[in-house]
Ligand binder design. Structure first.
Ligand code: NAP
Length: 493
C-alpha cells in the first residue's frame, strides 16, 4: 500500500531521519517556524545513542551542563558527568516540552530515499511500503550505531553469554561470574569501572593500551541544583568557562598543531596520570601506550586507573588466538575460562544513513559517491544530493566535546540554505562537485597532519587511513558554520 503524501502548496515539507539528539534538534527548530515535517524513527523510542547504549557505567564524558541543547539548559543533573539514563530522560523531557512526540513516526525504518529531479523532491520509503514525498531530507541518523563484532576465530562458538556493549541485556551474568571484556576504548573503560567489584574475575583483553586524561568528578547538592534553577547564568558559567570550552579550544589547537605546546601539555597530563596512579610497575608498563596521546579518541576518566588495579581485574595484553566454547585461548596457549564475554569493540563508523539506499541526481547512489570514503561538503551537504542535510555527518569535528553543539552549528548553517527554498530563490541546493573536491583536497591534506593521523589505529580513520574528521580548530568550524559560501552551491530554479 502506498500512502503518498505530497508537499503542501506554499510550504516546505521536511523528513527528518532519526529521533536522536540531532533529529529532535531539527524537529524543534522546524516546529518553531511552524513548518511541516515528520521524524521517522526506526525504533520505538527516541534517544538514538542514549536509547541504544545501556551498558553498566555508561556515562557521557562531556560535563553534563555542556551536554544539553544551548536553548534548554538543565538544572537537575545529579553530577558533573551525567549517566546514560539521565541523558535519555533529558531528551524525553525536551521532546515533550517542545511538543515533538506527535511529529515522530516510531518503528518507521527508512529504507530508500530517491531524488526526483523534475519535481525537486525526495521520495522517502519506509519499511512496510509507505512513501512520503518531501522537499528536504535531514539525515540525523547518528554515527556510532552499527555494532562492530571483532574478527576473532570461534566467536560464535562461545557457550556462555556473549554481548556487544551496544546491545546490552539486563540479564547479562556479571555478579560473581568470570567475565571477559574485549576492547578498552571509552566504552570498555567505562564498563570495567562499573563491574570490577561485582565479578569473580574480570579479564580485560587489551589489544592496544590507551592514554587516560584525568578529569574531576563530583556530585551536585540539592542546594546547588536550586541555585542553577534560580540563576541559569551559573549553568552558562560551567558550559562556557575556560575549564570546558577553553579546554576544547586548546584541545583542537593541539590536534592541529601536534608539536605545539597544547599537545605537549595534554601528553604530560596523561603521562603523569599513568606514572602517579598505577602502583605496580609491571601493570604500569602494560598500560603505557606507544603512540601519541589523543591519536585515538582520548579517554577521560576519573577512576579507570584506580579500578583497573582492583584484585579481580587481570589485564591480558597477549594476542587472542581464538574463542572456544569455554573461554578465550591466547596465542601463547594461556586459556581464560569465562562465563560471560563482553564485546566493547566499537562500531562501523562509516555507515551514517546507510543501509538506506540514497539516490540523488542522475541516478547516482550515495554508496557510489562514497566508494572511497563517506564525505560531505563542510560535513553538512553532499554534491549530487540536493536538499539533503546531514547532521553529525561524515568528517565533522570529533573529540572530547559535545556533538550537540556541533549539530546546532550545522543546523544554523543549513537553515540559511533552507531560506533559499523558503524565499523561493531556488527549488534545490547542493554543493558543486568542484567546490567539494577542492574542500576535500584541503581537508585531507590537513587531516593527515593532525594528531589522529600520527600513527595509531582508531575509528577516526577512514578505509584509506586518512582521519575522517574536521582537521582544523574548533573556532574555524564555528566560523565556517556562520554562513554557507553560496558561490559553492548549485541552485536550481
Ligand atoms: P572504540 O573506541 O572503537 O574501541 C574499540 C576497542 O575494541 C578498542 O580497544 C579496540 O582495540 C578493541 N578491538 C576491536 N576489535 C578487536 C579485536 N578483534 N581484538 C581485540 N580488540 C579489539 O569503541 P568504543 O569504546 O565503543 O567507543 C567508540 C566511541 O564511542 C568513542 O570513541 C566515543 O566517541 C564514543 N563513546 C563516548 C563515550 C562518552 O563518554 N562520551 C562513551 C563511550 C563511547 P584497538 O584499540 O587495538 O583497535
Amino acid at each position: 500500500m502506498s500512502d503518498k503524501t505530497s508537499a503542501p502548496a506554499g510550504g516546505l515539507k521536511t523528513v527528518i531521519v532519526g529521533a536522536g539528539m540531532a533529529g529532535i534538534l531539527a524537529a524543534i527548530k522546524l516546529k518553531q517556524r511552524g513548518e511541516d515535517f515528520v521524524v521517522l524513527e526506526k525504533a520505538a523510542r527516541i534517544g538514538g545513542t542514549w536509547r541504544e547504549n545501556r551498558y553498566p557505567g555508561l556515562t557521557c564524558d562531556v560535563p553534563a551542563h555542556a551536554y544539553t541543547y544551548s536553548f534548554e539548559p538543565y538544572a537537575e543533573w545529579p553530577a558533573y558527568y551525567a549517566k546514560g539514563p539521565e541523558i535519555q530522560a533529558y531528551f524525553e523531557m525536551v521532546t515533550d516540552k517542545y511538543g515533538i512526540r506527535p511529529h515522530i513516526r516510531f518503528n518507521a525504518e527508512v529504507t530508500a530515499l530517491d531524488w526526483d529531479e523534475a519535481a525537486s523532491q525526495w521520495t522517502v520509503r519506509v519499511a512496510g511500503g509507505d512513501a512520503i514525498v518531501a522537499d528536504v531530507v535531514v539525515a540525523a541518523s547518528g554515527v556510532l550505531h552499527h555494532p562492530k563484532l571483532p574478527d576473532i576465530a570461534g566467536l560464535d562458538s562461545f557457550a556462555g553469554t556473549k554481548v556487544h556493549s551496544a546491545q546490552w541485556r539486563e540479564d547479562t551474568p556479571i555478579d560473581g561470574k568470570r567475565v571477559g571484556l574485549i576492547g578498552n576504548g571509552s566504552t570498555g573503560v567505562q564498563i570495567l569501572t562499573a563491574i570490577n567489584k561485582r565479578v569473580d574475575k574480570l579479564v580485560h583483553f587489551q589489544r592496544s593500551p590507551q592514554w587516560i586524561m584525568p578529569v574531576p568528578y563530583f556530585t551536585y547538592s540539592d542546594e546547588e541544583r536550586a541555585a542553577f534553577r534560580a540563576d541559569p547564568s551559573l549553568i552558562d558559567a560551567i558550559r562556557y568557562n575556560d575549564e570546558y570550552l577553553g579546554a576544547i579550544k586548546r584541545f583542537t589547537d593541539g590536534i592541529t598543531d601536534i608539536d605545539g605546546p597544547q599537545m605537549a601539555e595534554i601528553e604530560e597530563y596523561c603521562r603523569l596520570n599513568l606514572e602517579n596512579s598505577v602502583r605496580d610497575p609491571a601493570l604500569r608498563e602494560k598500560l603505557r601506550p606507544n603512540y601519541r596521546a589523543a591519536c585515538k579518541r582520548l579517554i577521560y576518566s576519573w577512576c579507570y586507573y584506580e579500578e583497573v588495579q582492583h584484585p579481580a581485574v587481570f589485564v591480558e595484553t597477549g594476542r587472542i588466538e581464538r574463542i572456544e566454547p569455554a573461554g578465550v585461548r591466547m596465542v601463547d596457549g594461556t586459556f581464560h575460562e569465562l562465563d560471560t564475554l563482553i564485546l566493547a569493540t566499537g562500531f562501523h563508523a562509516d555507515r551514517f544513513i546507510r543501509p538506506a539506499g540514497v539516490t540523488g541526481t542522475g541516478g547516482q547512489t550515495l554508496d557510489a559517491a562514497w566508494a572511497v570514503r563517506p564525505t560531505a561538503y563542510y560535513a553538512v551537504t553532499v554534491p549530487g544530493f540536493p536538499n539533503f542535510i546531514m547532521l553529525n555527518g561524515p568528517t565533522g569535528p570529533v573529540g572530547n566535546f559535545s556533538l550537540i553543539d556541533i549539530a546546532e552549528m550545522q543546523w544554523a548553517y543549513a537553515e540559511q540554505l533552507l531560506d533559499l527554498l523558503r524565499q523561493r530563490k531556488a527549488r534545490a541546493f547542493a554543493p558543486t562537485a568542484e567546490a567539494h573536491a577542492h574542500y576535500e583536497e584541503r581537508r585531507i591534506a590537513a587531516a593527515k597532519k593532525t594528531i589522529f593521523g600520527s600513527g595509531c589505529t582508531s575509528w577516526y580513520l577512514d578505509a584509506t587511513g586518512v582521519p575522517a574528521s574536521w582537521p582544523w580548530s574548533y573556532d574555524a568550524f564555528v566560523d565556517a558554520m556562520k554562513a554557507p559560501v553560496l558561490e559553492d552551491y548549485a541552485l536550481s530554479a
